[in-house]
Design a protein around this ligand. Structure first.
Ligand code: PMP
Length: 415
């Protein structure tokens, strides 16, 4: 069966290269291939499976919904499933955090949420330029690609970048230049062409960029700078939201309320496409029809999402266990880094990484881990960071098993 991929699927594929097998089933923290071999998942659909594969409680809701002929394709019609999604999101996620946002359904995936955020920011402010950050990742459509800081992703396609300007992410200058000095100077310099940006778009922790975690005080400083200069702040929480770093929103620790928030990946709960753009009520200046999309209303995903909010966010159990599990992962990664030179433990919550000075190491470790039945990807501009993102619902036993494989795989490569 593997031959069909080589024959018919575009060369653009990536994961089928690192994981040369054909998967058929998936339960909890495991994927199973055609032979029934189980692989422990330290990847979780790049953050789309925070509650694990085929989560039984969500599956039950989904099967019930299909069995009673619930609306499947809903455009942006009013449906019961959408009403329940909004109600559950508001009562379990927004209200307890004192957050007040209008919810837009911009299209099925993360990049759709980013596109609507960029478009809306430009509409609100009447300005064009967007500030992004070094090593950022925001998606593969032309607008989101323009604010993505990895030129390889442009595929030589010559994306117009005139209105997107990268600024240094937290720690870019290793503390040698005060935070935001460069950005502030550009804002004050009317000749820079940067003095009136519409918005900044930022990830609080860069997942694809190499598990680069910004400090809450840096984020807070960025927020204050935006407030001072009338710049809108867009937080792209597509990968780090829905509890990946512990709290539901990855910006909670910084105590800020961004103007626009992008969510996707785990928002649907079950691994089905769903995206939302959260907009401060005073910024909801959209007119009907200004941002359409056929797959805006994924009703089965609304059903699983509503249940996921109720199950996992009506109390702080998941947040606490994610932080505890994340600390355990961090501890083991520190130990591994101390055992081998040229490695550094990175990240927070259950978005962790092991960065290697030698850019060939992470890829080799990922392959060694695959041979040991553990799925892990790499990230960073040179794929130099081993990325560790299990489902948040992983058991402690499974976590320990996976960490032992990480340790063993690193050793096998660096010995
Ligand atoms: N923003 C961030 C931070 C992401 O990590 C991703 C996906 N890796 C996207 C946007 C794009 O999401 P999608 O692939 O669903 O379009």
């Amino acid at each position: 069966m593997n031959d069909i991929f080589a024959t018919l699927e575009s060369e653009v594929r990536s994961y089928s290269r690192t994981w040369p097998t054909t998967f058929d089933r998936a339960v909890g923290s495991y994927l199973y291939d055609l032979d029934g071999t189980g692989y422990l998942d330290f990847f979780a659909g790049a953050g789309a499976l925070n509650y694990g594969h085929n989560n039984p409680a969500l599956k039950e809701k989904l099967l019930d919904y299909i069995a009673r002929d619930g609306v499947v394709h809903g455009l942006d019609q009013a449906t019961k499933a959408k009403a329940e999604f909004l109600e559950s999101f508001n009562s379990n996620v927004l209200q307890p955090r004192g957050l007040n946002y209008k919810v837009q359904f911009p299209g099925p995936t993360g990049t759709n949420s980013v596109e609507s955020a960029l478009k809306l920011a430009r509409k609100i402010t009447g300005r064009e330029s967007i500030i992004n950050f070094t090593n950022a990742f925001h998606g593969m459509t032309l607008g989101s690609l323009s604010v993505t800081g990895n030129s390889m992703k442009r595929g030589g396609a010559g994306i117009p970048l005139v209105h997107a300007t990268p600024m240094p992410y937290d720690d870019y200058f290793d503390g040698r230049v005060p935070d935001f000095l460069y950005f502030e100077r550009m804002l004050e310099d009317s000749g820079s062409g940067l003095n009136e940006p519409a918005a900044v778009i930022v990830e609080t922790l860069q997942g694809e960029g190499g598990i680069n975690s910004s400090r809450p005080e840096w984020l807070r400083g960025l927020y204050d700078l935006c407030q001072k200069h009338g710049i809108l702040m867009i937080v792209d929480d597509v990968q780090m939201g829905c509890g990946r770093t512990g709290p539901f929103f990855s910006f909670e620790e910084a105590g800020i309320q961004p103007d626009i928030v992008c969510l996707s990946k785990s928002i649907g709960g079950y691994g089905m496409p769903l995206a939302v753009t959260l907009i401060k009520p005073e910024h909801d200046v959209w007119e009907p029809g200004e941002h359409n999309g056929t797959f805006r209303g994924n009703n089965p995903a609304f059903v699983t999402a509503s249940e996921a909010f109720r199950l996992y966010w009506s109390d702080d159990q998941l947040e606490k266990s994610t932080i505890a599990k994340g600390e355990r992962v961090g501890q083991v990664l520190e130990e591994i880094a101390a055992e081998h030179g040229g490695a550094i433990a990175k990240g927070r919550g259950l978005a962790r990484g092991l960065g290697f000075e030698d850019t060939n190491v992470a890829g080799k470790v990922s392959k060694a881990a695959f041979d040991r039945k553990l799925l892990m990807e790499t990230s960073g501009p040179s794929s130099e960071v081993l990325k560790i993102m299990p489902p948040l619902t992983i058991s402690n036993e499974e976590l320990e098993k996976g960490l032992a494989i990480v340790r063993d795989s690193v050793k096998s490569v660096l010995a």
